[in-house]
Design a protein around this ligand. Sequence first.
Ligand code: FEO
Length: 160
Amino acid sequence: MLSQTIQKKLNEQVQKEFYSAYLYLSMKAYFVEKDLDGFANFFDIQVKEERDHALKIINYVEDAGGQLELYAIDAPLKDFTSPVDIFERTYEHEQFVTKSIYEIVNLAIEEKDHKTSAFLQWFVDEQVEEEATMLKNLNKLNLIGDNSSGLFMLDAELAK
Ligand code: FEO
């Protein structure tokens, strides 16, 4: 069984993961419009990963005998001004998600809910990778600046 508090937090995390998928879909649309197919591919992968994160938590809530509650998902950000703007926001967003995961882990430890704490360890590790990926791309874009050939090179790299 899950405590009511942990259950609510996990259900809220499902909402945050689906919002992440929604946000990255909105970012993908920006790159599709700009014909930057590599960046679009990168965000397409992120969308699927975020959806999988949400499903993973849903499965856990159900397996742990909790009750799933699906909350409304806000419209994602849009009207991005540049690739740098997008990656600044993704980096910020992933930091927000990490903080949210940590809060649930802290709560699970407080409640001696070892199964939830162990389950969330995967997300703790995943967030390290996600933050690093977003920051790496942000740093590259800052180095590229206004150099369009640099932008096309990164686009080609992200197509893989
Ligand atoms: Fe599921 Fe990118 O956090």
